[in-house]
Design a protein around this ligand. Structure first.
Ligand SMILES: *[C@@H]1O[C@H](CO)[C@@H](O)[C@H](O)[C@H]1NC(C)=O
Ligand SMILES: *[C@@H]1O[C@H](CO)[C@@H](O)[C@H](O)[C@H]1NC(C)=O
Ligand SMILES: *[C@@H]1O[C@H](CO)[C@@H](O)[C@H](O)[C@H]1NC(C)=O
Ligand SMILES: *[C@@H]1O[C@H](CO)[C@@H](O)[C@H](O)[C@H]1NC(C)=O
Ligand SMILES: *[C@@H]1O[C@H](CO)[C@@H](O)[C@H](O)[C@H]1NC(C)=O
Ligand SMILES: *[C@@H]1O[C@H](CO)[C@@H](O)[C@H](O)[C@H]1NC(C)=O
Ligand SMILES: *[C@@H]1O[C@H](CO)[C@@H](O)[C@H](O)[C@H]1NC(C)=O
Ligand SMILES: *[C@@H]1O[C@H](CO)[C@@H](O)[C@H](O)[C@H]1NC(C)=O
Length: 540
């Protein structure tokens, strides 16, 4: 690996005359500027459990069976900006830095995703984004512009800068390469960071990004309102979502050429919802009335408002089994991720209710963009491209939280902005759809799609001790290893093989593997052999 003279000189300057930095609070503190305070530093022998510090309501799950490492937590006060971050510094360092992301409005250090990164021997960092909260709670943002800016981008950038300084000082060596991996809000954080600070990361893996947050959040309330109030004749009860999903499966599964419980081309399916209409012959608990079919029509339609303004794309066919998140669980309200944004990010106040929603909410969100969080500076990605950065973006086709079409739209906006300037998108940005995957991870048991490729949150969604892709630790099956090959060896991924294990334990038998294709290519089965083997598929 090449280390430039300039980088070596920078390290020499940083470490000259200073005593070696060790894993204790005072020693680590000596490597920091005064804005940063080391809260604790604790060396963990191999196979340890890291006990999550009290008060971390966002990420309470303790990772287990860790590699030997120094665990550090840091608090930062930088003018009006306040945030913290956690850092694992492995004994057996791979010379590289990884930052991981957060989810929803979560305020807390994501130690569980950090642990998955530690399994590759990265020095790995997560920021708390500047506040304490669960992922669906936005109250902290009320009339608090500084907390919003920290959440929007400041905490990620500042944490990255400081964690890199600490990493360099601890090892007395430069960082060879820096990576980022996050999903949902984590996907947004990665995109926003490289739009503002193209030098922060050499490679960014962004899953199901909440990039268009100032439209996504209002849409969350809008789409929820289609199915409310729950006493209305047009309300579709949660119990009917699997019924709708089964009918979509019946009509759309074969549209990709193979009937295999995986819908991989939902837009090629000419779905006829009238097959669900209640008639005297129907099973009354497995059909929809005309007003309910009207609601279904709304759910499958883009949100377009005044003057034909496109606000947000619709949920895709095949996402029905995750609809309980946005379309009514047991409450009579849209999801908090929409309502809290309007109440506390747009400062309409706690009295605001979803019945008050109108296009003015979208206009205000457009004008204010709370926290400067929306990752829509497509043009800025040319700076990331120019300095050699690589971006890998993916989205599950069965996502019921962030409409899959918002990622397709992101791809087209980046294309429309950069292609006219002569930028070859494939040279630095590649997008992959994941048939049958829900939001960031998982697949319904009636679908059983290959969904695991070591994307952000995936290891943590099945276990407290998994890292990477067990049994398939290579760049063909592991998106982070694929990114490393792209950045370090110039080997760009054309497909990623996703894996589905029996029972999702990552230890049972492999049930299915299948390549995910680089957009706009689609999966095509060869027509010969076992559809559950990746080798019988290609991307065309
Ligand atoms: C790791 O710790 C667990 C208990 O937490 C123990 O059962 C196991 O034997 C240990 N493994 C190794 C390799 O030390
Ligand atoms: C978050 O919680 C921690 C632990 O309880 C506390 O020390 C810290 O002050 C809190 N931060 C904010 C911004 O409220
Ligand atoms: C501190 O704040 C300054 C001014 O806003 C900003 O430029 C800098 O990136 C911040 N640094 C960190 C480490 O947060
Ligand atoms: C009617 O539909 C419900 C819900 O899908 C199902 O549980 C039940 O078995 C069906 N009844 C008959 C008689 O098919
Ligand atoms: C819609 O278009 C009309 C005519 O161009 C314009 O006067 C009006 O302000 C627009 N409304 C909104 C909400 O943008
Ligand atoms: C409607 O919402 C109310 C309030 O949350 C709840 O108590 C009730 O069970 C819901 N009814 C249905 C049919 O879901
Ligand atoms: C918001 O981001 C833009 C770049 O996208 C930048 O020009 C502007 O200064 C930022 N505003 C704040 C308040 O951080
Ligand atoms: C999967 O789980 C089921 C029960 O949840 C169990 O009966 C079955 O043996 C498991 N399969 C494997 C391969 O472990």
């Amino acid at each position: 690996m090449k280390i430039t003279q300039a980088r070596l000189a920078a390290v020499a300057a940083l470490t000259s005359g200073a005593a070696a930095i060790t894993c204790d609070k005072a020693s680590l503190q000596s490597a920091f500027p005064s804005i940063a305070t080391v809260d604790f530093a604790q060396w963990m022998p191999a196979n340890s459990t890291f006990s999550i510090p009290k008060g971390n309501v966002a990420y309470p799950t303790s990772p287990t069976k860790l590699r030997a490492a120094c665990a550090v937590q840091v608090s930062v006060k930088n003018g009006t900006s306040n945030y913290g971050f956690g850092l694992f510094l492995p004994d057996d360092w791979n010379g590289r830095f990884l930052a991981v992301g957060n989810g929803g409005f979560a305020g807390g250090i994501n130690w569980l995703d950090m642990a998955a990164g530690l399994g590759y021997n990265f020095a790995v960092m997560s920021t708390n984004t500047g506040h304490n909260s669960t992922s669906s709670d936005g109250k902290w943002a009320y009339h608090n512009e500084d907390a919003l800016l920290d959440w929007g981008y400041r905490a990620m950038h500042g944490s990255t800068v400081l964690a890199k300084e600490l990493t360099t000082a601890y090892y007395s060596n430069p960082i060879l390469y820096s990576y980022y991996s996050g999903c949902s809000t984590g996907g947004r954080q990665g995109l926003r960071d490289i739009q503002l600070y193209p030098e922060d990361f050499d490679g960014v893996v962004a899953g199901a990004p909440a990039w268009w947050t100032n439209h996504l959040q209002p849409w969350t309330t809008k789409v929820g309102s289609y199915n409310l109030p729950n006493t209305s004749a047009s309300h579709i009860p949660v119990s009917l979502f699997p019924v709708i999903g089964a009918e979509v499966m019946r009509q759309c599964d074969g549209a990709d050429g193979v009937v295999d419980t995986i819908i991989s081309d939902p837009n090629a399916c000419d779905f006829d919802p009238n097959a669900l209409l209640c008639t005297p012959a129907s099973n009354a608990s497995a059909c929809l009335t005309p007003p309910q079919l009207n609601t279904l029509f709304q759910i499958y339609s883009d949100y377009v408002d005044t003057n034909q303004t496109f606000v947000f794309p619709h949920l895709w066919k095949g996402s029905e089994l995750q609809w309980f998140v946005l379309l009514g669980g047991l409450t009579n309200e849209p999801n908090n991720l929409g309502d809290d944004y309007v109440k506390y990010f747009l400062n309409r106040g706690p009295q605001w209710q979803w019945q008050d929603f109108d296009y003015g909410v979208v206009q205000q969100a457009d004008a204010e963009d709370p926290g400067n969080a929306t990752a829509d500076d497509f043009d800025a990605l040319s700076r990331f491209q120019a300095r050699g950065g690589k971006l890998l973006h993916y989205h599950g086709m069965s996502d019921g939280l962030i409409a899959t079409g918002s990622s397709v739209y992101l791809y087209s906006k980046i294309l429309q902005t950069l292609a006219p300037k002569g930028v070859n998108l494939d040279s630095f940005y590649r997008f992959f759809l994941v048939p049958g995957m829900q939001h960031c991870s998982g697949t319904p048991s009636t679908v059983n799609a290959p969904w695991y490729f070591a994307g952000a949150n995936q290891a943590g969604s099945v276990s407290t001790s998994v890292s990477g892709v067990p049994g398939f630790r290579d760049a063909k099956h592991d998106v982070l290893l694929a990114m490393m090959d792209w950045v370090e060896k110039g080997v760009a991924p054309t497909e990623i093989i996703a894996t589905k294990w029996v029972n999702d334990t990552l230890q049972d038998k492999v049930m299915r593997q299948r390549p995910l294709c680089m957009w706009p290519k689609k999966q095509r089965w060869s027509g010969k052999g076992d559809v559950n083997q990746a080798s019988t598929w290609s991307c065309e």
